[in-house]
Design a protein around this ligand. Structure first.
Ligand code: 5GP
Ligand code: ZN
Length: 115
């Protein structure tokens, strides 16, 4: 189930353009769009086009795509904020992961505190 589109996956549908989002950036291997429930003035999700259940699976299978995700996150933080940001990847339900398609949260645009 790695790399293929998953029919029941929300983020695969977003990558395919089947669910509307506020897209803010795209690259060959990833897309970046605004989180529907923002936790900071800038809260963007960076999502690889390929389906992997989480960042752990992505790191093991396609580390170059994970590097692309981080590079796109950095670009978004410079474009939409001042280049200072927090990057969060939740891996597993204990970490709070709710969408099982790898993604990184970019939080920026304010003074962030705590974890
Ligand atoms: P997780 O908890 O899995 O790391 O993060 C999933 C994120 O996806 C949450 O912050 C949630 O607000 C966001 N999200 C869930 N459904 C949608 C949606 O339909 N559109 C957008 N733009 N974000 C979504
Ligand atoms: Zn998916």
């Amino acid at each position: 189930n790695s790399g293929e589109m998953s029919a029941d996956c929300l983020f695969c549908k977003i990558v395919a353009g089947e669910v509307p989002v506020e897209m803010v950036a795209e690259s060959g291997s990833a897309v970046a769009f605004k989180d529907i429930d923002p936790k900071a003035p800038v809260h963007v999700l960076v999502v690889p086009r390929e389906h992997h259940a989480d960042v752990s699976a992505l790191a093991g299978t396609s580390p170059e795509t994970l590097a692309d995700v981080i590079a796109l996150a950095d670009q978004v933080a410079s474009d939409l904020a001042d280049g200072q940001y927090r990057l969060i990847c939740n891996v597993g339900p204990k970490a709070g992961q709710t969408i099982f398609h790898a993604h990184a949260h970019v939080l920026a645009g304010t003074q962030l505190t705590g974890f």
